[in-house]
Design a protein around this ligand. Structure first.
Ligand code: HEC
Length: 245
């Protein structure tokens, strides 16, 4: 016990002693958080099931720039959509979504996945919702689908093939597929990529409630301070919509 504690202390002393006390201290990289705002729809707007909603997100980041001057890369902004049967759950959900780990989604967006896929509707490829449902009970689906993402795929969903992604590693592909399979099974959760666009609200749910709300949360993760991507921070903003008949 004692010797462990000592070696731990020794180690931290070593870490603390670099850089040497007489060398100039490196200037801590500073990065300011992005300001994210959903400009449409507005808070408390009414929504209906299975109908088109248009949205728009404004991003202003001290380092990356402003979306109004086209300085923000559109596919680095996401709109998370959640349907809650009871408005009393809103606060708890806002806590959860603020901490969402969307790193795999950002990687998918940085690759080209969203030119062919969306969460909820078919584009050139099948929706991630359908993929998650199809492989829900397939053992080793992460492994086998990750290999298909790397090597390309055809014949399972139709005539259009998915091109290979030789630029990805198998670990990166597995991280993406695991995220898709885990996060696309809940009909009350969805997401859209881009600073503006439109999406279709979900089908009328089975569960009766006079209190259905839809929470939209926009997130944008900045690029961090120059030469210090590890200082990246996420900005977020939510609006709550009310279901109306
Ligand atoms: C050029 C369009 C295109 C791009 C880009 C693309 N896909 Fe696909 N994807 C498809 C098509 C088309 C299919 C259906 C292929 C089939 O029928 O076997 C598919 C199928 C899939 C499947 C299911 C495979 C199966 O056998 O059921 C997964 C998982 C998937 N894509 C993930 C991704 C990921 C992750 C990315 C980004 C790294 C990506 N796709 C990029 C078009 C694309």
């Amino acid at each position: 016990m004692r010797s462990q504690a000592l070696s731990f202390l020794g180690l931290s002393a070593l870490v603390l002693s670099t850089p040497a006390a007489d060398s100039p201290k490196p200037v801590a990289a500073e990065n300011k958080a992005p300001e994210v705002k959903i400009t449409a729809p507005l808070e408390k707007t009414g929504f209906q099931w299975n109908s088109l909603l248009t949205y728009s997100i404004d991003v202003a980041d001290p380092e990356d720039g402003k979306s109004e001057f086209s300085e923000i890369t559109a596919n680095e902004a996401f709109l998370w959509v959640a349907y809650l049967p009871d408005a009393a759950q809103t606060e708890k959900y806002l806590d959860v979504v603020a901490k969402i780990d969307n790193a795999p989604v950002r990687k998918m967006s940085a690759s080209n996945c969203f030119t062919c896929h969306t969460a909820a509707t078919k584009l050139i490829g099948p929706s991630f919702d359908l993929i998650a449902r199809r492989y829900e009970h397939t053992p080793d689906a992460v492994e086998s689908l990750a290999k298909k993402v790397l090597g390309g795929a055809s014949g399972t969903w139709g005539a259009v093939p998915m091109p290979p992604h030789p630029d990805l590693t198998i670990e990166q592909a597995k991280e993406m597929v695991a995220w898709i399979l885990k996060n696309n099974l809940d009909p009350n959760r969805s997401f859209v990529v881009g600073l503006e666009g439109a999406f279709r609200s979900r089908e009328k749910p089975q569960q009766e409630s006079s209190d259905w709300t839809c929470v939209l949360t926009a997130t944008y993760t900045d690029h961090g301070a120059k030469d210090a991507p590890e200082t990246a921070v996420q900005g977020a903003h939510s609006v709550v919509l009310k279901h109306k008949k």
